[in-house]
Design a protein around this ligand. Structure first.
Ligand SMILES: [Zn+2]
Length: 115
C-alpha cells in the first residue's frame, strides 16, 4: 500500500472515530439519568433491564468499533495496515473502502464467523 493510500485510510478512520466519539457523548448524556448502576439483576426491574440491555449493547458495539479503529490507526503507523492479521494476505481495497477498520481478509473473516 502506498503512502497516499495509507493517508486516505487514516483520514477515513480518524473521521469515523471522531464521529463515534461525539455520538457516544450524546448517548452517554442520555443514559446518565436512567443508568445509575451496572447491576441489572433485580427481577423487579425486568422492563428497565430490557431497555438497558439494548442501550448497553449499542455502547458495547461502539466501544468495540472504537477499539478496532484505534487498532487500525496503529497498524498504519506500524506499516501493517491493509494486511490480514490472520494470514498476512493483502485485504482487498474494496473491503477497506467499505470498512476501513477491518483487520481480516474476507476468507479469514468467514472462517472466524463460522468458528
Ligand atoms: Zn486472511
Amino acid at each position: 500500500m502506498n503512502p497516499e493510500q495509507l493517508q486516505h485510510y487514516r483520514t477515513l478512520l480518524e473521521a469515523q472515530l471522531a464521529g463515534l466519539v461525539s455520538a457516544n457523548r450524546e448517548h452517554e448524556a442520555l443514559l446518565d439519568e436512567s443508568r445509575t448502576t451496572e447491576d441489572f439483576t433485580g427481577a423487579d426491574r425486568a422492563s428497565d433491564l430490557e431497555t438497558l440491555e439494548v442501550d448497553s449493547l449499542v455502547t458495547e458495539s461502539e466501544r468495540r468499533l472504537a477499539f478496532k479503529i484505534r487498532h487500525a490507526l496503529e497498524r498504519i503507523d506500524l506499516g501493517t495496515y491493509g494486511l490480514c492479521e490472520a494470514c498476512g494476505a493483502s485485504i482487498a481495497t474494496a473491503r477497506l473502502d467499505a470498512k476501513p477498520s477491518v483487520s481480516l481478509c474476507l476468507a479469514c473473516q468467514e472462517k472466524h464467523e463460522a468458528a
